[in-house]
Design a protein. Structure first.
Length: 301
């Protein structure tokens, strides 16, 4: 599918919104499980109302229904939990930096899934991201657990991006997002209920006060709009190109975090050098891919 300026603008706008989700996660005071549960519950309800108002059917084939629910209930749920929990045990910057390795994992997962050869250029630029990550790791060793969690989050993100690329060939982005959000809601409901009925008052699960405002923004702007649009963008761009652009998420997120939280989010010089390496790979990859493609076209002709 031919990409336009509007497609690239939408892609970067969605990444900007994703960069703000970590900020909202820090502003919300409840436990990560409650955050993920209420975010997806409100998103699923919002989608259901949207379908009813527009007279659209949510019915799809049984196999597809279970595939989408399973993807949401397992992969997406764990992806979001590890993302927000990573920021909770370390910093927003560390969480976002680890997440930027998504393109590396995609460079292996996407060809394996589609039974295609791995392109050397994808591995090269994915490896550059690892270099950036190493710089961050060496200078932020005290945040190792947050970094590990965010890398797990990145691997899960790569998996469901590739899966959504396949699902989008059969279903609309709204249908995919609705069932995946429903899957996350169902899978997180069990531990949420367990905590509520266990009598453990040290874990806050139910939102209060301003928590509701942040969760509503998280559900309707960062989930219903951004997540649905991202599924649509996967149909336009390859999963690797999409995830490589997502590496801008830490840049946007770190900027937001420093403006909002100040000194709490100030990192070492090594961290910023590592982030610069990651950003460089994002900017250079499209040019390198284009030059490589043109080189092979000239050789064939």
């Amino acid at each position: 599918m031919k990409t336009t300026f509007k497609d690239f603008f939408t892609l970067h706008f969605v990444v900007l919104i994703f960069g703000f989700t970590a900020i909202l996660g820090q502003l919300i005071s409840i436990h990560t499980l409650g955050l993920v549960f209420f975010r997806t519950l409100l998103a699923a309800i919002g989608f259901f109302i949207h379908f009813k108002i527009r007279g659209l059917s949510i019915e799809i084939d049984t196999k597809g229904k279970w595939q989408l629910l399973g993807t949401g209930g397992i992969i997406v749920a764990l992806h979001w939990f590890t993302f927000f929990y990573s920021a909770e045990v370390s910093t927003i910057a560390i969480s976002l930096a680890g997440l930027s390795t998504t393109s590396l994992w995609t460079s292996f997962i996407e060809p394996f899934w589609n039974k295609k050869r791995i392109k050397p250029i994808q591995v090269i630029f994915g490896s550059v991201i690892i270099l950036g990550l190493c710089l961050i790791f060496l200078h932020e060793f005290n945040h190792i657990w947050g970094l590990v969690l965010s890398i797990i989050c990145a691997i899960l993100g790569a998996i469901f991006s590739v899966l959504n690329g396949e699902f989008s060939k059969k279903y609309t982005p709204q249908i995919i997002t609705f069932y995946e959000m429903l899957g996350v809601t169902v899978s997180t409901l069990i531990p949420v209920l367990f905590i509520l009925f266990s009598g453990n008052t040290s874990i806050s699960i139910i939102p209060e006060g301003m928590d509701w405002l942040w969760i509503i923004i998280l559900a309707f702007v960062c989930t219903i709009y951004a997540y649905t649009e991202s599924v649509n963008l996967v149909r336009i761009f390859s999963a690797f190109t999409f995830n490589l652009t997502l590496n801008l998420e830490p840049v946007y997120g770190i900027m937001f975090a420093y403006v909002i939280f100040g000194e709490k989010e100030r990192m070492t010089l090594g961290f910023y050098l590592g982030t610069l390496v990651i950003l460089s790979s994002v900017l250079l990859y499209p040019l390198a891919e284009k030059l490589t493609h043109e080189h092979f076209k000239l050789k064939k002709s």
